[in-house]
Design a protein. Structure first.
Lengths: 186, 261
């Protein structure tokens, strides 16, 4: 069944269609919320709020083929509000989870790549929430500037400006790290 | 899609690595469903009725609440979330399924009346109280059997946390080597979330053999048939909707599961 057909049934109150859409997007939604907020339990709350809003307001979606963008708009706005409220401190369990993930790397190249990725991720985490949100949407989810502008309810110029500031801040953070390749970042 | 430069790919890969191993917790979907249910009640879409009559998230047509049998404690509703993508498609995977379940149960691959194994899965059943809080969770094995031209039959087997008690008289019983088999039928009315209960619904809800199930796209009434029994601490439920099987035919199938026929 196509996603449009699922959305049509969702609008008719079909719970199975809702369950299938949740299954399809739960990981993407959680990852986006996590990258914006850095708080795993808080990210689950954001995903929960998002899907509850999806169920309660699905009839307000005009274009059935635009479900993903509409759902992401709800998620990002919820995460954005949440991210503004919370500190960027990483919960202990997240740190442990990251430590566990590092154990599978063995060769020197992998260790170096891993360290570089962690530096970049750390630099993104240290960005203010406005800049971090556009970086996650633009580089990780690969949305266009115009799509991000609609999601955040801002002008395209504002998104471009935030991306520009984010790149500048990332370059500033990463040039402090020895061996980091930042050519082309700005 | 626009072409990406190497450093852009590095950012994407770094963020993907950051998310590695981050997956939704097992109870997230339950929390979402409960909040939806609460929101609908607050919005006045659902009138007050006994939670024992409410079945949510019933997966793939199998029944969590069988006719006449309820948990004895403070739990008032049972819900589960399973997806056919998680199903075992071969009966030879029974060992894996029972390992997942945590104990052995009686099953058959085929019944003498032509019903054959189709698929099976193990899901988590949540028992919730009047406030919607999950009181306990237990695992449940669901097996579906199909026969050409007939409705599917489901066999479920579980060790519930709470003792199961009967409410009301069964329509028929059979004694098999010290075990009592009970036959019940229940009318299920599947309705959309925004459905308003009619006066007739309210009156029907007073009966033990009538259940409202929220979550379908349209109003649909179906009759379930169940044979239930308990053996070695495991509760079995052989069930189906709109079956053409008689009570005796279902008792015979139950005996084949028990290995006495």
């Amino acid at each position: 069944m196509t996603e449009e057909a699922l959305v049509r049934q969702l609008k008719d109150g079909d719970k199975t269609s809702f369950d299938l859409l949740y299954e399809k997007y739960k990981n993407m939604a959680l990852h986006t919320a996590y990258l914006i907020t850095g708080d795993l339990p808080g990210s689950e709350d954001i995903v929960q709020d998002t899907f509850v809003k999806v169920w309660l307001h699905c009839r307000e979606l005009k274009n059935d083929s635009g479900f993903k963008a509409w759902m992401m708009q709800i998620l990002v706005r919820t995460a954005y509000k949440s991210g503004k409220k919370k500190s960027r401190e990483l919960p202990d369990e997240d740190i442990l989870q990251k430590a566990d993930r590092g154990q599978s790397f063995s060769s020197m190249e992998q260790v170096i790549a891993r360290e570089e990725a962690e530096m970049i991720a750390g630099a993104v985490r240290s960005l203010p929430v406005k800049q971090r949100t556009v970086v996650v949407l633009y580089y990780y989810q690969e949305y266009s500037v115009s799509e991000i502008a609609v999601m955040l309810g801002v002008l395209e110029g504002t998104v471009k400006s935030r991306l520009h500031t984010a790149r500048k801040m990332l370059r500033g953070s990463l040039t402090k790290e020895p061996g980091m390749m930042v050519q082309g970042l700005i | 899609m626009r072409e990406r430069e190497a450093w852009e790919e590095k950012i994407k890969n770094a963020l993907a690595l950051e998310c590695g191993g981050v997956t939704p917790s097992r109870d997230l979907k339950d929390r979402i469903d409960r909040q939806i249910l609460e929101s609908q009640k607050e919005a006045g879409n659902m009138k007050k009725f006994s939670m024992k009559k409410l079945v949510i998230g019933v997966a793939a047509g199998c029944l969590l609440v069988s006719g006449g049998v309820f948990a004895a404690g403070r739990v008032v509703s049972l819900s589960s979330h399973s997806y056919l993508g998680d199903a075992y498609k071969s009966y030879s995977d029974m060992d894996k399924a029972q390992t997942e379940l945590g104990y052995s149960v009686d099953t058959v691959e085929t019944f003498s009346n032509g019903y054959r194994f189709d698929k099976m899965f193990v899901d988590d059943v949540n028992g919730t109280d009047e406030d919607g809080s999950v009181v306990y969770t237990y695992k449940d094995l669901q097996i579906s059997y199909e026969k050409s031209g007939e409705q599917a039959v489901w066999l479920s087997a579980a060790k519930p946390v709470e003792q199961q008690v009967r409410k009301g008289e069964p329509e028929a019983t059979r004694q098999v080597e010290g075990t009592t088999l009970y036959y019940d039928t229940t009318t299920y009315k599947f309705v959309p979330p925004s459905y308003e209960l009619t006066e007739e619904d309210q009156a029907n809800l007073e009966r033990d053999d009538f259940t409202i199930s929220y979550g379908s796209s349209e109003v649909q009434v179906q009759k379930s048939s169940n044979v239930t029994w308990e053996k070695d601490g495991v509760y079995y439920n052989l069930s189906g909707f709109d079956l053409s099987l008689s009570a005796d035919e279902m008792f015979d199938m139950a005996e084949e599961v028990m290995g006495t026929k």
